[in-house]
Design a protein around this ligand. Structure first.
Ligand code: DX5
Ligand code: ZN
Length: 216
Protein backbone atom coordinates (compact mmCIF):
# COMPACT_ATOMS: atom_id res chain seq x y z
CA UNK A 1 0.00 0.00 0.00
CA UNK A 2 1.37 3.38 -1.03
CA UNK A 3 0.29 6.45 0.90
CA UNK A 4 0.59 9.77 -0.88
CA UNK A 5 -0.35 12.69 1.40
CA UNK A 6 -1.78 15.68 -0.45
CA UNK A 7 0.16 18.85 0.35
CA UNK A 8 -2.99 20.88 -0.36
CA UNK A 9 -3.96 20.47 3.29
CA UNK A 10 -0.58 21.64 4.64
CA UNK A 11 0.03 24.95 6.39
CA UNK A 12 2.14 26.71 3.75
CA UNK A 13 3.48 29.15 6.34
CA UNK A 14 5.46 26.29 7.86
CA UNK A 15 5.90 24.23 4.73
CA UNK A 16 9.44 22.99 5.45
CA UNK A 17 8.32 21.64 8.80
CA UNK A 18 5.24 20.03 7.25
CA UNK A 19 7.46 18.30 4.65
CA UNK A 20 9.84 17.01 7.33
CA UNK A 21 6.93 15.72 9.40
CA UNK A 22 5.46 13.85 6.44
CA UNK A 23 8.73 12.02 5.84
CA UNK A 24 9.08 11.12 9.50
CA UNK A 25 5.43 10.05 9.60
CA UNK A 26 6.13 7.37 6.98
CA UNK A 27 4.60 8.85 3.83
CA UNK A 28 5.59 6.98 0.66
CA UNK A 29 4.97 9.66 -1.97
CA UNK A 30 4.02 13.35 -1.88
CA UNK A 31 0.87 14.30 -3.81
CA UNK A 32 0.99 17.79 -5.36
CA UNK A 33 -2.28 19.27 -6.63
CA UNK A 34 -1.72 21.75 -9.45
CA UNK A 35 -4.79 23.86 -10.24
CA UNK A 36 -5.07 26.62 -12.83
CA UNK A 37 -8.38 28.29 -11.97
CA UNK A 38 -9.86 27.15 -15.32
CA UNK A 39 -9.99 23.37 -15.26
CA UNK A 40 -11.07 23.62 -11.62
CA UNK A 41 -12.41 26.62 -9.68
CA UNK A 42 -9.28 26.97 -7.54
CA UNK A 43 -5.62 28.00 -7.93
CA UNK A 44 -2.65 26.43 -6.16
CA UNK A 45 1.01 26.58 -7.16
CA UNK A 46 3.19 26.14 -10.22
CA UNK A 47 6.48 24.62 -11.41
CA UNK A 48 8.72 27.08 -9.54
CA UNK A 49 7.09 26.30 -6.21
CA UNK A 50 7.37 22.57 -6.94
CA UNK A 51 11.11 23.07 -7.54
CA UNK A 52 11.39 24.61 -4.09
CA UNK A 53 9.32 21.85 -2.49
CA UNK A 54 11.62 19.27 -4.12
CA UNK A 55 14.61 20.87 -2.38
CA UNK A 56 13.14 20.12 1.04
CA UNK A 57 11.86 16.58 0.63
CA UNK A 58 13.22 13.25 -0.56
CA UNK A 59 9.73 11.82 -1.08
CA UNK A 60 8.88 10.84 -4.67
CA UNK A 61 6.69 13.59 -6.13
CA UNK A 62 3.27 12.55 -7.38
CA UNK A 63 2.05 15.50 -9.46
CA UNK A 64 -1.67 15.79 -10.21
CA UNK A 65 -2.23 18.30 -13.04
CA UNK A 66 -5.67 19.91 -12.97
CA UNK A 67 -4.97 22.16 -15.96
CA UNK A 68 -6.80 23.08 -19.17
CA UNK A 69 -3.58 22.69 -21.18
CA UNK A 70 -1.25 20.27 -19.37
CA UNK A 71 1.00 19.84 -22.45
CA UNK A 72 2.22 23.42 -22.01
CA UNK A 73 3.52 22.73 -18.50
CA UNK A 74 4.73 19.11 -18.43
CA UNK A 75 8.34 20.01 -19.32
CA UNK A 76 8.40 22.72 -16.67
CA UNK A 77 7.21 20.32 -13.96
CA UNK A 78 9.68 17.70 -15.22
CA UNK A 79 12.52 19.99 -14.10
CA UNK A 80 11.78 18.98 -10.50
CA UNK A 81 12.31 15.31 -11.34
CA UNK A 82 8.92 14.07 -10.19
CA UNK A 83 8.27 10.35 -9.93
CA UNK A 84 4.82 10.59 -11.50
CA UNK A 85 2.79 13.12 -13.46
CA UNK A 86 -0.94 12.51 -13.92
CA UNK A 87 -3.15 14.30 -16.43
CA UNK A 88 -6.93 14.50 -16.69
CA UNK A 89 -8.80 12.87 -19.55
CA UNK A 90 -11.16 15.88 -19.45
CA UNK A 91 -8.47 18.51 -20.08
CA UNK A 92 -8.82 20.44 -23.31
CA UNK A 93 -5.66 18.96 -24.80
CA UNK A 94 -4.20 15.99 -26.70
CA UNK A 95 -4.00 13.58 -23.77
CA UNK A 96 -2.25 10.80 -25.71
CA UNK A 97 0.46 13.29 -26.58
CA UNK A 98 0.71 14.39 -22.93
CA UNK A 99 1.20 10.80 -21.74
CA UNK A 100 3.87 10.16 -24.40
CA UNK A 101 5.60 13.39 -23.44
CA UNK A 102 5.69 12.40 -19.76
CA UNK A 103 7.19 8.99 -20.49
CA UNK A 104 9.72 10.43 -22.92
CA UNK A 105 10.99 12.52 -20.01
CA UNK A 106 11.53 9.30 -18.01
CA UNK A 107 8.67 10.06 -15.64
CA UNK A 108 5.85 7.64 -14.83
CA UNK A 109 2.62 8.64 -16.57
CA UNK A 110 -0.77 8.69 -14.89
CA UNK A 111 -4.26 9.24 -16.26
CA UNK A 112 -7.10 10.46 -14.09
CA UNK A 113 -10.85 10.96 -14.48
CA UNK A 114 -13.43 13.06 -12.65
CA UNK A 115 -16.22 11.26 -10.76
CA UNK A 116 -18.80 11.65 -13.53
CA UNK A 117 -16.58 10.44 -16.38
CA UNK A 118 -17.24 6.90 -17.64
CA UNK A 119 -14.40 4.56 -16.65
CA UNK A 120 -14.53 3.04 -20.18
CA UNK A 121 -12.66 6.10 -21.56
CA UNK A 122 -9.55 4.79 -19.77
CA UNK A 123 -9.20 1.80 -22.11
CA UNK A 124 -7.67 3.89 -24.91
CA UNK A 125 -4.73 4.86 -22.67
CA UNK A 126 -4.00 1.47 -21.11
CA UNK A 127 -0.70 0.84 -22.95
CA UNK A 128 0.62 4.34 -22.29
CA UNK A 129 0.25 4.59 -18.52
CA UNK A 130 1.80 3.55 -15.22
CA UNK A 131 -1.10 4.65 -13.04
CA UNK A 132 -4.85 5.25 -13.17
CA UNK A 133 -6.24 7.69 -10.63
CA UNK A 134 -9.91 7.56 -9.76
CA UNK A 135 -11.17 10.86 -8.36
CA UNK A 136 -13.64 10.17 -5.58
CA UNK A 137 -14.56 13.88 -5.23
CA UNK A 138 -15.00 16.66 -7.79
CA UNK A 139 -11.46 18.04 -8.20
CA UNK A 140 -10.72 21.49 -6.82
CA UNK A 141 -10.74 21.33 -3.05
CA UNK A 142 -9.56 19.23 -0.13
CA UNK A 143 -11.85 18.16 2.69
CA UNK A 144 -14.80 16.89 0.63
CA UNK A 145 -16.66 13.61 1.21
CA UNK A 146 -15.93 10.39 -0.67
CA UNK A 147 -18.61 10.14 -3.36
CA UNK A 148 -21.10 7.29 -3.66
CA UNK A 149 -20.32 4.99 -6.54
CA UNK A 150 -16.54 5.42 -6.21
CA UNK A 151 -16.04 1.89 -4.87
CA UNK A 152 -17.75 0.36 -7.91
CA UNK A 153 -15.63 2.55 -10.19
CA UNK A 154 -12.43 1.35 -8.51
CA UNK A 155 -13.58 -2.26 -8.90
CA UNK A 156 -14.29 -1.76 -12.58
CA UNK A 157 -10.88 -0.20 -13.20
CA UNK A 158 -9.12 -2.95 -11.24
CA UNK A 159 -10.69 -5.45 -13.61
CA UNK A 160 -9.68 -3.38 -16.61
CA UNK A 161 -6.04 -3.30 -15.41
CA UNK A 162 -5.96 -7.10 -15.09
CA UNK A 163 -2.40 -8.40 -14.86
CA UNK A 164 -0.80 -5.17 -16.09
CA UNK A 165 1.74 -3.36 -13.96
CA UNK A 166 -0.38 -0.23 -13.42
CA UNK A 167 -1.04 1.45 -10.08
CA UNK A 168 -4.61 2.24 -9.10
CA UNK A 169 -4.78 5.42 -7.06
CA UNK A 170 -7.81 6.91 -5.37
CA UNK A 171 -7.98 10.63 -4.60
CA UNK A 172 -10.55 12.49 -2.49
CA UNK A 173 -12.32 11.96 0.80
CA UNK A 174 -10.02 9.20 2.05
CA UNK A 175 -10.34 8.39 5.77
CA UNK A 176 -9.66 5.13 7.63
CA UNK A 177 -13.27 4.17 6.82
CA UNK A 178 -13.37 4.99 3.10
CA UNK A 179 -9.81 3.64 2.70
CA UNK A 180 -11.03 0.22 3.75
CA UNK A 181 -13.61 0.10 0.96
CA UNK A 182 -11.21 1.57 -1.60
CA UNK A 183 -8.49 -0.98 -0.85
CA UNK A 184 -10.95 -3.86 -0.90
CA UNK A 185 -12.10 -2.69 -4.33
CA UNK A 186 -8.50 -2.81 -5.60
CA UNK A 187 -6.80 0.54 -4.94
CA UNK A 188 -3.08 0.32 -4.12
CA UNK A 189 -2.26 4.03 -3.78
CA UNK A 190 -4.21 6.26 -1.39
CA UNK A 191 -4.09 10.04 -1.59
CA UNK A 192 -5.21 11.72 1.61
CA UNK A 193 -5.06 15.39 2.52
CA UNK A 194 -7.36 16.58 5.28
CA UNK A 195 -7.38 13.20 7.04
CA UNK A 196 -3.59 13.10 7.42
CA UNK A 197 -3.07 16.77 8.28
CA UNK A 198 -5.74 16.86 11.00
CA UNK A 199 -3.82 15.98 14.17
CA UNK A 200 -0.87 13.60 14.34
CA UNK A 201 0.36 12.76 10.83
CA UNK A 202 2.24 9.61 11.87
CA UNK A 203 -0.75 8.26 13.73
CA UNK A 204 -3.10 9.02 10.83
CA UNK A 205 -0.82 7.39 8.26
CA UNK A 206 -0.50 4.42 10.61
CA UNK A 207 -4.30 4.14 10.78
CA UNK A 208 -4.52 4.11 6.98
CA UNK A 209 -1.88 1.38 6.82
CA UNK A 210 -3.64 -0.68 9.47
CA UNK A 211 -6.74 -0.56 7.29
CA UNK A 212 -4.77 -2.08 4.43
CA UNK A 213 -3.54 -4.92 6.63
CA UNK A 214 -7.08 -5.64 7.90
CA UNK A 215 -8.44 -5.98 4.38
CA UNK A 216 -5.69 -8.42 3.27
C1 DX5 B 1 -8.77 17.57 -4.96
C2 DX5 B 1 -7.37 17.04 -4.88
C3 DX5 B 1 -7.10 16.09 -3.78
C4 DX5 B 1 -7.31 16.67 -2.40
C5 DX5 B 1 -7.63 15.54 -1.47
O1 DX5 B 1 -8.93 18.23 -6.16
O2 DX5 B 1 -7.07 16.36 -6.09
O3 DX5 B 1 -5.79 15.57 -3.90
O4 DX5 B 1 -6.21 17.35 -1.92
O5 DX5 B 1 -7.98 16.07 -0.25
P1 DX5 B 1 -8.83 15.26 0.82
O6 DX5 B 1 -8.05 14.02 1.16
O7 DX5 B 1 -8.96 16.19 1.95
O8 DX5 B 1 -10.15 14.91 0.17
ZN1 ZN C 1 -5.11 15.32 -6.17
Amino acid sequence: MIISPSLLSADFGILKQELEELSLAGADWLHLDIMDGHFVPNITFGPDQVKNIAKYTALPLDVHLMLEKPSEYIEKFAQSNPYMIAVHHESNDDIHKCLEMIRSLNIKAGITIKPKTDTAVLEQYIDKIDMIMIMSVEPGFGGQSFMDGSVERIQRVREMIGGRNIHLQVDGGITDQTAKAAIKAGADVLVAGSYIFKGDKAQNIQKLRATAVQTE
